[in-house]
Design a protein around this ligand. Sequence first.
Ligand SMILES: [Zn+2]
Length: 271
Amino acid sequence: MLLPMPELPEVETVRRQLAPLVVGHRISEAWGHASAKFASAPFAAGATVDRIDRRGKYLLLGLDDARELIVHLGMTGRLRMQPTGEPDPYVRAWWALDDGRVLELRDVRRFGRIAVVPAGEYDSLPTLAAQGPEPWDPALDDGGLWRRTRRSSARIKTQLLSQRPIAGVGNIYADEALWRSGVHPARRSITRAEAGRLLGELRAVLEQGIANGGTTLRDYRDVDGGAGRNQLELACYGRAGEPCARCGTELRRSVLDGRGGTHCPRCQPRR
Ligand SMILES: [Zn+2]
């Protein structure tokens, strides 16, 4: 079974915590594990971090030489600041800052990814390059999400997980938003009205996730090592076998295109 992966709210929580710690600092020295996923970390050495942005589940650290240091946390990746680089076999990359502090990427399962690229050039990161607009992008209003879902006949949940119609949504927030909007995850097309409702619920669950500092089911920790609180708010994800909070029907677990999930057979009719 795939472990839950940090989604937009978890990555945004990390971004907000990291920005005041890192922006304005020069990377004096850096190291990356020899595997291709992490080996480019040292290319950021010598540059100053001038901003931290986020696209979907990717952190984009803007460098002052018109490049970006891109970090994807994968499943178990965690960024943290260390006063000194203490030995830890799971640290896959580190960046020493000009004031002696060290930013570390610790990643037990090694599904994370690092790249240093000219700003905005994401050819080497196809998922980042192909992902849809941010959930709050005005381009999604007035039928925008609906039109984007009509480009594919894949199941609606699988489309969301692909990042193509909209960026940043993974298994947890997809299950929550589909349940709240009454859309069955296996549907291959949805109406314009349903897409409008789904967009509203996606925004709501992602905003709630950010406000709660993310969802910690197992591995996710923020920069300070703290757990998120959003797992306490989940109404559908991970609750198969429990009664639906809206109608009392037993929530059902299903596997769609290889990904497990939960839905309510009554509130989310298959049609
Ligand atoms: Zn229900």
